[in-house]
Design a protein around this ligand. Sequence first.
Ligand SMILES: Cc1ncc(COP(=O)(O)O)c(C=O)c1O
Length: 409
Amino acid sequence: MSDPVIERPRPPRFDPLPDWVGPATRLIHGARRPDRNAGAVVPPLYTSTTYRFPPEFSPAEPRDPPYLYAREGHPTAEPPAEIIRQLEGAEAARLFGSGMGALAATFQSLVRPGDEVVAFADIYGGTRTLLAQLEGAVGIRVRWVQPGETRRPRDVVGPASRLVFLETPSNPLLTVHDIGAWASEADAVGALLIVDNTFATPVNQRPLKFGADLVVHSATKYLGGHSDLMAGAVVGPRQLVDRIDAHHTLGSVPDPWSAYLLNRSLKTLSLRVARQNENARAVALALRDHPAVERVYYPGWNSVEEEAVADRQMAGRGGMVAFDLRGGSMAVREFLHRLRFVEVASSLGGVESLVSVPRETSHRGLDPGERLRLGIGDGLVRLSLGIEETADLLRDLREALEPRTDHRV
Ligand SMILES: Cc1ncc(COP(=O)(O)O)c(C=O)c1O
């Protein structure tokens, strides 16, 4: 049984930009629509939850209106969705109230009882929990790929596979997966490849270009970029996005204020990400040579092969770095206490640098044995680099890692 796809009238189109226009320009000008009222340069914020319903409206003959009730879509969400669509090079994009909202609607729309979903075990803890819940609630089977088990899609994708889900780079160990290789294996068995592109952003990586069927984002992170809004996005072919969109009964639309802020934030995405890429690389290199650090996780650093994949599919390696601190949780506590302005908080992708301990935040829902199997040890620290001065970040981290001279902490 397939879901009914509710055909809604399309909102008015945006002024198209020529094909040669690049991402930084698209972020600024990609969602211009003639404003017949005031001629405003900035798209307005529409707070209305409901829209006029012309008595002659008929869903069977959808001439108008494009909006009825804000949960099903509202005009403030259109410009940011359009920008994300263009940046990912997709046919359609739909916004959600959070990344988890986007993931929940995607999985629920595309799986049926008995389907197999192939997913790596070392992904964002919330997504893992969601998939585990769907195993019980919907009757899907998740084929969890353990880290280190295999990098070859053909070892785990089979005829029963319906969806393949990847994060690349992954959360929190920043493993890079070969999108093209997973896409062709998924394609060979008629499965869909879904890539969570939250960590890379479309500035650094465009999974659809390498054969992914759908891209999902937590727009709460880099796309929002200021740690002050929650949103999610699903991007891909219109037919698939419409199927997922049919699930707006889940109520997962972003509110107009968040959509307005997201539109504003997207304008600076390429500047922010370029700086975050630079800061993360500088920090990763500095940590690699630091005696207090046992191991650094940075996209592409696991092997020569992974580096080649990252070179091929990523324009920049992103703003995230993780590392294992020698001395486990005691050393981590001390390090966190000593930081001056790198904030200790979960989440990522904002203009401010944040540090978190996955064991206590993003992956706290997993049992300790499972966490260790995934490589999430007690000394693991995850850094989200912001746009501060590189030298200041290096200094704050270096001083927090210095050997202890007093024992008060
Ligand atoms: C990779 C990844 N995907 C999805 C999510 C969920 O997004 P949200 O917090 O916006 O629901 C997160 C949250 O940390 C994440 O790190």
